[in-house]
Design a protein. Structure first.
Length: 71
């Protein structure tokens, strides 16, 4: 039973790793858009959507690493 549970956690970890990288890349793509650059020029900070994608991607990536390297 424990062996199956470990394998399941590894699969979930890999999936979260891919999701985290995807969210980070998506945030990077959005941050390069003209609307986002204009908003950043006016406000001085990245848009909320970009920051949400970066934070979600980073959180997903960290949880994935914890699941993958947990003994």
């Amino acid at each position: 039973m424990a062996r199956n549970s470990t394998a399941t956690m590894k699969i979930i970890g890999v999936a979260l790793l891919v999701v985290g990288l995807g969210l980070g890349y998506w945030g990077y793509q959005i941050s390069g858009s003209i609307a986002s650059q204009l908003s950043e020029t006016v406000t001085g900070s990245p848009s909320d959507k970009v920051m949400s994608l970066y934070i979600g991607g980073a959180a997903s990536f960290v949880v994935a690493l914890l699941l993958l390297f947990k003994k």
